[in-house]
Design a protein around this ligand. Structure first.
Ligand code: AMP
Length: 408
């Protein structure tokens, strides 16, 4: 028996029902917000991530599934979507603005645990080519509404601004000075970060105590970044979306500037508990080779964690199960099942021929049907017998009234 690889999952029923609900909500919401659909390669040139995400990040240093293909090129299974989205936008000419939604598997070589998988899934929204803080607000709202829509309890939104690259030159120096003075209290990882990625030390869990009084980017914003952050806050306030400003929130990737955010739920607690996050990444396009800056903002939501926080889905999976009382009614039943399905009802029947009615009721139960409709002699008079499985209530009704009886 060959088993699945460590850190990967088979997402099967009954658990997969929540995934379907989540992916439907993603499709529906992104369309309602005007985000068009994108499908991108799962495999990209390694350079896209080393230059886009950043050499000195956890992902690029330790977590990528990187290998040489048969042509001798270094390729990587995508650890995230944003760099690929920007690459695709640039490849397509990067004209004007583009609002994109995408979903799919990501790959990171992590120590597998709750909410930390080696193959995991994200749904992703990107607002490309727009610098207005209202784009940030829209992305944050979309991420927030997705969690609301699928019933995630106790949603908490954390936001921050890390300023522009130019603001960070001076800030970085001040932060490095602070960290060097406390080097003895820092973890080996944090000590290593002082030179290459000092910002990252701010949201390190192991070093939380050592950096409580560290200077934060928020106190070193330039005028434009400050005005932008004020705009984001004002937009969220106007929408009535509650948030907390968390000055030490910086996120792990190099490409962010200005706004960063993360979303949490009381329904999901773990060492790494963010259900999703994102931010503005104006420097990313140039980092991967664009000749001009392309302002953009996006959000990536972790499906594996969202699903864990979601409530149980509705109990009935089928509206009706059609049972056949006699073999000569089989084709009537077949055509009726087809009609009901085309009308949008969730319908199934037993394809094993000549099952007893009892056997078919058992199948209905197993299939999670709300009701059983028996196609028997009364079919000749344009009727079926319907039984609600939860209550046992039974009634003979006209075929054309079945839809309204079921929704009652
Ligand atoms: P990130 O941009 O790395 O913060 O990823 C965005 C979201 O994806 C996170 O908030 C998580 O919900 C999810 N995520 C990231 N890495 C993993 C992983 N290894 N396993 C499961 N979910 C993940």
């Amino acid at each position: 028996m060959i088993s699945r690889l460590k850190g990967t999952d088979d997402i099967l029923p009954p658990g997969s029902a929540k995934w379907r609900t989540l992916l439907r909500a993603f499709e529906d919401l992104s369309e309602r917000f005007g985000y068009e659909f994108a499908l991108l390669p799962v495999i990209e040139a390694t350079e896209l991530f080393s230059r886009g995400v950043g050499e000195a990040t956890e992902i690029v240093e330790k977590q990528m599934f990187t290998f040489e293909d048969r042509g001798g090129r270094s390729v990587t299974l995508r650890p995230e979507l944003t760099a690929g989205m920007v690459r695709a936008f640039l490849d397509a000419g990067a004209q004007g603005t583009l609002k994109l939604a995408a979903a799919g598997p990501m790959f990171r070589y992590e120590q597998p645990q709750k909410g930390r998988r080696r193959q995991f899934y994200q749904v992703d929204f990107e607002y490309l080519g727009e610098e207005s803080p209202d784009a940030d607000v829209e992305i944050i709202e979309l991420a927030y509404r997705l969690l609301e829509e699928v019933g995630v309890p106790g949603i908490r939104l954390a936001i921050n601004s890390i300023g522009d690259a130019a603001d960070r030159v001076e800030y970085r120096r001040i932060l490095q000075e602070f960290l060097r003075a406390r080097e003895g209290e820092l973890s080996p990882d944090a000590r290593r970060r002082i030179d290459d990625n000092p910002l990252r030390v701010l949201d390190s869990k192991t070093d939380a105590e050592a950096v409580v009084d560290a200077p934060v980017p928020l106190d070193h914003l330039g005028g434009e970044a400050r005005a932008h952050f004020d705009g984001v806050r004002a937009g969220l306030d106007a929408l009535g979306i509650a948030y907390e400003v968390v000055p030490r929130l910086v996120r792990g990737l190099d490409y962010y500037n200005r706004t960063v955010f993360e979303l949490f739920s009381s329904g999901f607690e773990a060492a790494q508990s963010a259900l999703g996050g994102g931010g503005r990444y104006d420097p990313l396009a140039e980092a991967i080779g664009s000749s001009r800056e392309i302002p953009a903002v996006g959000a990536a939501m972790g499906c594996d964690r969202i699903v864990e926080a979601m409530p149980a889905p509705r109990a009935d999976r089928l509206d009706v199960f059609v049972a056949v009382a006699s073999p000569e009614r089989r084709n009537d039943a077949r055509r009726w099942v087809s009609t009901l399905r085309s009308e949008g009802l969730r319908v199934d029947w037993d394809v094993t021929p000549d099952r007893s009615i009892r056997g078919q009721f058992k199948s209905a139960d197993r299939a999670g049907a709300a009701a059983v409709a028996v196609v028997g002699d009364e079919w000749g008079e344009g009727q079926v017998t319907l039984r609600r499985l939860a209550t046992g209530e039974e009634e003979r009704i006209a075929i054309e009234e079945v839809g309204s009886w079921l929704s009652r």
